[in-house]
Design a protein. Structure first.
Length: 366
């Protein structure tokens, strides 16, 4: 069986380094808020171009903390004056859950053909205070967007990125935006367990987040929480950061191979194209096919494990069905019934990639 992801294979390739730094941390006796946390935050900041990075317990908590920050900063908030955020219909429920827990009202918007929030379909731009963009599967979310006069209204909204999937994508935007990053084991840069980070645009907000992640220390001015990455986590992530560019390069090679193989078949659509592969975050390689569930079963019988991201859009889940939406959510509904994520990780061998492509083509055309 070719697994959807092979964490053991990656671990074996860096095992000695991981064990070495783990021993260094445990032997040193500093387990939280030590030099490895500071170093990881600094190195990650250089990687993404931010001087203000805060390591936290998970990507979900990173997004919830950002939502809480903007709630604290909004002087007009009261129970009778709700703050409202626009989120895409096709995303992991953690996106909407984080905002709900922070007290925000949520509006669900439809997506474009790639699965990203479609800002062209928003009829009432005064309906919400903030926009939470999700780069589904690793898609960039702002390419040339703010150079268009039709989107000038975005400058007057709170802009946030749930960047769990797309933080490695190349985006073109200069506005102040906070990003929530995830190091979930399924991600390109994965922790051995939970992990996340906030990338913000100034030291003032960074200090707020550092206080919030420690229950309000040192001045107890916010009712924060416990949301830290340990020194062991950060030391291990520093090791992985060294290999990230090589891993991304290999993902790009695999993506190009899939694209070339599938480009000859109209029945197999790809949610990434060869023109954008260099800007893509390459978190997942997703195809769109009819009879998706049959293809999943056929590939499983051929020894290939695939996943669906996601089987239902948010507005079709019972928990969120009552939340308002700004119009028809047809694209999200159609995409959710056609998308299929293929095995896509650096440790795949050339023969495995070829076999996956062969089997996808054979069964999709059947």
């Amino acid at each position: 069986m070719i697994p959807f992801i092979n964490l053991r294979k990656q671990y074996q390739s860096i095992r000695e380094e991981i064990l070495h730094v783990t021993d260094l941390v445990l032997s040193g006796g500093v387990l939280m808020n030590g030099p490895y946390t500071s170093s990881f935050e600094e190195q990650l900041g250089k990687r993404i171009g931010s001087d203000n990075v805060i390591a936290v317990h998970s990507g979900t908590q990173a997004l919830e903390m950002i939502a809480q920050y903007h709630m604290y900063q909004n002087d007009t908030f009261s129970p009778n004056n709700e703050l409202t955020v626009l989120v895409p219909a096709l995303t992991y429920p953690a996106t909407i859950n984080a905002w709900m827990r922070a007290g925000w009202k949520v509006v669900i918007g439809d997506v474009d053909s790639r699965g990203n929030l479609d800002l062209k379909k928003i009829p009432n731009k005064q309906e919400f205070n903030a926009i939470c963009m999700v780069g589904l599967y690793g898609h960039p979310v702002w390419p040339n967007l703010l150079n268009d006069e039709d989107y000038d209204w975005l400058r007057y909204k709170i802009l946030v990125e749930d960047a769990a999937q797309h933080w490695l994508a190349e985006d073109q935007i200069t506005l102040p935006i906070m990003k929530a990053i995830s190091f979930d084991p399924m991600k390109n840069l994965a922790n051995y367990g939970n992990g996340g980070a906030i990338a913000t645009y100034d030291s003032e907000s960074a200090n707020w987040f550092r206080s919030y992640r420690e229950n309000g220390k040192p001045n107890w001015l916010v009712d924060g929480t416990n949301s830290r990455m340990s020194e062991v986590d950060c030391a291990q992530m520093i090791v992985k950061l060294k290999y990230l560019d090589d891993w991304q390069e290999r993902r790009q090679e695999i993506a190009k191979y899939y694209l070339e193989r599938f480009s000859h078949y109209e029945e197999i659509g790809c949610l990434i194209d060869d023109k954008s592969v260099h800007q893509h975050g390459l978190q997942k390689f997703v195809i769109a096919v009819d009879h998706r569930n049959h293809l999943v079963e056929d590939l499983r019988n051929s020894g290939i494990e695939c996943k669906v991201h996601y089987e239902r859009p948010l507005h079709e889940e019972a928990l969120y069905s009552e939340w308002p939406n700004p119009g028809a959510l047809s694209v999200a509904s159609v995409l959710s019934r056609r998308v299929l994520s293929l095995p896509f990780y650096p440790e795949l061998t050339d023969s495995e990639i070829e076999y996956i492509a062969d089997e996808v083509i054979a069964h999709a055309m059947h």
